[in-house]
Design a protein. Structure first.
Lengths: 112, 112
């Protein structure tokens, strides 16, 4: 079953614009992660935010986490054509649950 | 440092056959996870191994099995293949205590 649900499912923007993707989840989490996947390839880890953190930055990426609303957002600033990919949020619950539960992803297209 | 290596990258099988997929994790990573990715169901967790022990299993039938060897390399096997098993099978490794997963490029299985 899916834990995270990304919104929107697809997003098309021009180079230089910012892209914002949202993720909602259902149960308590230990951390939330964002991954990128270029068409048909493996996933690449972008950023991890723990449940006690509210915001995190990495280069052009900014992630926020609101545990009261069970939601997160990923902001990519000054987007480039190379950012074209699918973006997934993934949650990890605590305890002995070692799996990541992924959402269905947002397909981002950055037009040159 | 070499990344996660999955073999074979592509394979075609017919219904009723079985298949074995291999995954070599990043050196020093003792945790290996497997995911199935399909257009309809997205990324679904199959199982996770650590030090040759299966720690978690997803909701897949018993036809899906896996194992991990003493050198942390892992294999997964799917027996009595069905058309619905056509998917991209992704392997990921991680360090103990780290939430981040490092994915391979996947094995794309087509069942005819």
């Amino acid at each position: 079953s899916q834990q995270g649900e990304e919104d929107p499912q697809a997003l098309s923007i021009q180079e230089g614009e910012n892209a914002t993707m949202n993720c909602s989840y259902k149960t308590s989490i230990n951390n939330l992660q964002w991954y990128r996947q270029n068409s048909g390839r493996g996933l690449v880890h972008l950023i991890l935010i723990r449940s006690n953190e509210r915001e995190k930055h990495s280069g052009r990426l900014r992630v926020t986490l609101d545990t009261s609303k069970k939601s997160s957002s990923l902001l990519i600033t000054a987007s480039r054509a190379a950012d074209t990919a699918s973006y997934f949020c993934a949650t990890r619950s605590g305890g002995s649950n070692y799996k990541l539960t992924f959402g269905k992803g947002t397909l981002l297209t950055v037009n040159p | 440092k070499a990344g996660v290596t999955q073999t074979p990258r592509y394979l075609i099988k017919t219904r009723g056959q079985q298949v074995t997929l291999s995954c070599s994790p990043i050196s020093g990573h003792r945790s290996v996870s497997w995911y199935q990715q399909t257009p309809g169901q997205g990324l679904q967790f199959l199982f996770e191994y650590f030090s040759e022990t299966q720690r978690n299993k997803g909701n897949f039938p018993g036809r899906f099995s896996g194992r991990q060897f003493s050198n942390s390399r892992s294999e997964m096997n799917v027996s009595t293949l069905e058309l619905g098993d056509s998917a991209l099978y992704l392997c990921a490794s991680s360090r103990q205590g780290s939430g981040e997963l490092f994915f391979g490029e996947g094995s794309r299985l087509t069942v005819l």
